[in-house]
Design a protein around this ligand. Structure first.
Ligand SMILES: [Ca+2]
Ligand SMILES: [Ca+2]
Length: 491
């Protein structure tokens, strides 16, 4: 009798624990800026599935990456550390090759250690579902690699400046309207299958990393048909926008394969790029929709936390550039949506949020004890009540010494040479007018300056690709190993 009683208690506790431990679906979208229907970054963007998810959860209207580049942004989120703490600023190294971080428990590893079954496919780390190190696996179950998938036999656009990089391409592909050869479609198909066949006695942490709208922006015709083929798709730009940005702002994206606006205009590729990016966004939105439908079908929607995030923004002509690597909203602002148990439905939160907050938030929503080694803040207070003030602004860093500080109203940027920008996002949401030199804003600047990272380490050993360093004593900047002088023409 006594033994049966103990057994009953054990069974009951397990049942309660299983009911209390939610599944997690963790969706990353590569290079996805705020051109998402409900975020309003582009008036024509069509993302019905992300909009529906936002309606049944809380969406952050002012969420920012910690670095405007894949590897450092993803490393920061998955490790819970700022780039200014790890020195991972470039596309290399992988953090797992650095001895002091090699064995640090990542977000999915933390869930595995606490009893979740962890599965991953596509682009989660910069290198996919592995972090590039030789340590413990990042996920227990590995799905397809995803990525571009089917590619045209040759580039669809004219040769691009800076070496005609193979990824710098966009347009309609494949021509037969069949999406099944695309890496993201395959990642979604695998994730749908995993949801349908998930063991019922163990919660899962399922990560799906979509590659698009990262270049090459190939989409089938059906997604292009959602957008008019005329100049109404183009983002608003301001000629001469860079006249009041410091020269150092150019150093952050000095010499890149991503074309400048001038090239896009001269080659009549601007509209094509914009439509291709929007088409890819809508295609990825549909893949998110497939995962959400699978959760509904499996009866898991009520016991699954869904988080969707983009790793950084992307310029499509704004401020004269395309691509990432900037500290303005266009480069830092990302979608960040939470839905599921513990999340108030239908909220739009305008508090600043950081991708770095994702890990402490998921840990809290899952009912686990907080980790004391996280640099982000749990967003659970905002997920309960979106009006709750977050105690600090969002910080983005692009290489040592260059930081953006985004509060509810303002963006303050300080570059390594000491030059600054300040924007009033209420009066000037496009960040066209740099107010940093106006004495009446001295107090606002001082208030934002105090949030600049106090730990701001140099690049980690073997840092490479989009790495910028600056020596203040000699006023010498070095971009990817080559010095930039004050008189060099802007490329
Ligand atoms: Ca990226
Ligand atoms: Ca300007």
């Amino acid at each position: 009798m006594w033994r049966h009683g103990v057994l009953l208690v054990v069974v009951l506790v397990s049942v309660i624990q299983a009911a209390e431990r939610p599944n997690i679906v963790f969706i990353a979208i590569d290079d996805q800026n705020d051109w998402i229907g409900h975020l309003g970054g582009h008036p024509l963007a069509k993302t019905p599935h992300l909009d529906a998810l936002a309606k049944r959860g809380t969406t952050f209207l002012n969420a920012h990456c910690q670095a405007p580049l894949c590897n450092p942004s993803r490393t920061s989120l998955l490790m819970g550390l700022r780039p200014t703490t790890t020195g991972v600023y470039g596309l290399a190294p992988s953090i797992r090759t650095l001895p002091q971080w090699r064995d640090r428990v990542s977000l999915p590893q933390h869930f595995a250690a606490n009893g979740w079954r962890t599965l991953g496919a596509g682009k989660i780390w910069h290198g996919g579902i592995t972090s590039g190190g030789k340590g413990a696996p990042e996920f227990q179950v590995a799905g397809p690699k995803g990525g571009v998938g089917t590619k045209p036999p040759k580039k669809l656009i004219p040769p691009t400046p800076g070496g005609n990089h193979p990824l710098m391409d966009w347009g309609v592909w494949p021509l037969d309207n069949d999406d099944s050869g695309k890496g993201d479609y395959q990642v979604a198909s695998w994730a749908v299958e995993q949801i349908a066949t998930a063991p019922k006695d163990q919660p899962f942490f399922l990560a799906a990393g979509f590659f698009l709208p990262h270049v090459p922006c190939y989409a089938t015709q059906q997604w292009f048909d959602l957008y008019p083929d005329d100049d109404s798709v183009l983002p608003r730009i301001f000629a001469g926008d860079r006249d009041d940005t410091p020269r150092f702002s150019w150093y952050l994206h000095w010499d890149l394969p991503e074309p400048r606006l001038q090239w896009l205009q001269e080659q009549h590729q601007w509209r094509n790029l914009v439509r291709s990016y929007l088409a890819c966004t809508s295609f990825v939105d549909a893949q998110v929709g497939r995962l959400m439908a699978a959760l509904e079908k499996a009866g898991l929607a009520d016991n699954t936390i869904v988080v969707v995030w983009g790793d950084h923004g992307w310029h499509l002509g704004e401020k004269g550039i395309s691509g990432k690597n900037s500290l303005w909203d266009r480069g830092t602002k990302v979608p960040l949506i939470f839905a599921g148990p513990g999340v108030t439905a239908g909220q739009r939160c305008s508090q600043p949020a950081e991708l770095l907050d994702t890990q402490p938030t998921l840990i809290a929503l899952a009912g686990l004890a907080a980790r004391d080694d996280q640099e982000g803040l749990s967003l659970v207070p905002q997920l309960r009540d979106a009006a709750t003030r977050r105690e600090r602004p969002a910080i983005t860093s692009h290489n040592q010494g260059n930081h953006g500080v985004r509060s509810e109203r303002w963006r303050y940027i300080r570059y390594a040479d000491g030059t600054e920008e300040l924007y009033d996002l209420i009066a000037d949401p496009q960040e066209w007018r740099n107010l940093a030199a106006l004495p009446e804003h001295a107090a606002v600047i001082a208030d934002h300056r105090r949030w600049l990272p106090t730990t701001d380490v140099p690049p980690a050993p073997a840092s490479a690709h989009r790495v910028l360093t600056y020596d203040r004593a000699s006023d010498t900047a070095t971009w990817e190993g080559k010095p930039i002088t004050r008189s060099d023409p802007i490329p």
